[in-house]
Design a protein around this ligand. Structure first.
Ligand code: FAD
Length: 411
């Protein structure tokens, strides 16, 4: 006899969403999670009183899945300006979203990075996708590099701003990622104003876990699944150091971990350095990039200018992100940070370095937005690698896997 209707492996965003939908439909569901906390790649740790997310994350409230399944107000989102500061040879140029920060528009035009030809090329590249997401799905998808070439987007806007900024978002410094995927990302940045929950990005999965528990989901932490075996009427799941668990149906939402027999795409990695500073190097809350590319950092931000809750009172938190593989040394990172922020970084204290080798599934062209979630009889898969490499993709994949289970169970 099966203990459960459904076992979900993994309490990341995809597993939490799948389990909640199944429990809301009246199924008896348990999540087995290897870690000591929920959240998977979306986690926050307290280190010396600072809130350190596992790598630099932002939450975009414009994601349809977030609007549908997340109580944004309860997260007390601290929003970044929709702007980027670019370190040039002689100054910091600042580019801001013209509709969200209209008063900053003259400064954007004066930045020297946005020439009339660039505005026309930018409009050719992303304009149709800004008007309708469907535009991203039309025509042959190419790499980002080729997409920009085709649109005639060349010069300082591309090299000094777009390349480093997007490298940190897609974990790809060579623009091999799907052009259509990046245009969809830009659309979501244009529609929403991303931020971080006051209590750290881990507050998002914590909220989803509360919702799941209220729906009746059992969440068992420190339960690492080590084997999944098909039996006559369901699945027999081996758990490290514990009794096996059985269920009629199995949903694998184990992320990009290659240990289990589930489909896994190739991945890209990110590295984030977290520094504590007694004084903020700047009052600007916008993300900053190095337009001259003189070092390994692709973006940096003074987190506490946006979310003072990320540091003990009177202190500041600075993040610096590099694309992996990264051979960056602390000396190089401090030097480049000093240059980008025009500050003495010697007194800064390194709190932690996060090396996340499997940060994101590769999203090379052609973009496939809906990969199958049914594996074989009674086995399903959920995760950002089924949809898009994002919070939106992970949540949607969980919902899709649950709907497939319910359809097959006749529920
Ligand atoms: C550094 C970084 C920055 C990011 N920034 C953003 C951003 O700004 N915006 C955005 O939209 N997205 C961002 N993402 C992507 C986003 O975090 C992911 O798309 C999303 O969290 C994936 O969720 P998931 O449930 O698919 O997988 P995961 O979060 O990987 O969850 C998988 C879970 O399965 C568990 N597990 C694995 N193996 C086992 C096992 N054998 N037994 C039991 N449990 C197991 C894991 O412990 C984990 O909890 C970022 C990701 C990283 C790494």
């Amino acid at each position: 006899m099966n203990d459960y209707d459904v076992i979900v492996v993994g309490a990341g965003l995809a597993g939490l969403r799948a389990a909640t939908r199944l429990a809301e439909a009246g199924r008896d569901v348990v999540i087995l999670e290897a870690n000591t906390a929920v959240g998977g790649r979306e986690r926050t740790d307290i280190v010396d009183g600072f809130r350190l997310d596992l790598g630099f994350h932002v939450l975009n409230p414009a994601y349809p899945a977030v609007r549908r399944w997340v109580d944004i107000d309860a997260l007390a989102l601290r929003r970044f300006p929709v702007a980027v500061g670019v370190r040039l040879d002689d100054r910091i140029a600042r580019l801001a979203h013209p509709l969200r920060h209209p008063s900053a528009f003259p400064e954007t035009l004066r930045s020297g990075l946005v020439r009339p030809a660039d505005i026309a090329a930018l409009a050719r590249w992303v304009g149709p996708t800004l008007l309708s997401a469907r535009a991203a799905k039309k025509g042959r998808d190419v790499s980002l590099d080729e997409g920009w070439d085709r649109a005639g987007l060349r010069g300082p806007l591309r090299e000094a701003m777009l390349e480093p900024f997007l490298a940190g978002v897609i974990a790809d410094d060579r623009q091999r990622t799907s052009d259509a995927f990046v245009r969809l990302l830009i659309r979501s940045f244009a529609l929403g104003r991303p931020g971080v929950p006051a209590a750290g990005i881990g507050a998002l999965p914590a909220q989803l876990a509360d919702t799941a528990r209220r729906a009746g989901v059992g969440i068992r932490l420190s339960h690492r699944v080590v084997s999944t075996r098909r039996r006559a009427h369901g699945w027999h799941i081996g758990v490290e150091g514990r009794d096996a668990v059985t269920a009629h149906t199995l949903v694998l939402a184990s992320g990009l971990d290659h240990a289990l027999d589930a489909p896994h795409p190739p991945t890209r990695g990110l590295q984030t350095w977290w520094f504590a500073a007694e004084e903020a190097p700047s009052g600007d809350a916008a993300l900053r990039v190095d337009g001259r590319r003189r070092g390994p950092i692709v973006n940096t931000a003074v987190m506490t200018n946006t979310a003072p809750t990320y540091a003990p009172r009177g202190q500041h938190l600075v993040q610096a992100t590099c694309v992996m593989p990264s051979a960056a040394t602390e000396h190089e990172v401090r030097r480049q940070l000093g240059d980008v922020w025009e500050a003495d970084t010697r007194p800064w204290r390194l709190l932690r370095r996060d090396d996340i080798t499997h940060a994101l599934p590769v999203q090379d062209p052609p973009l496939r937005l809906r990969r199958p979630v049914r594996l074989d009889d009674g086995r399903y898969v959920a995760g950002d690698h089924r949809d898009t490499a994002s919070i939106q993709g992970a949540l949607v994949s969980g919902q899709r896997a649950a709907e497939a289970v319910l359809a097959d169970l006749g529920g």
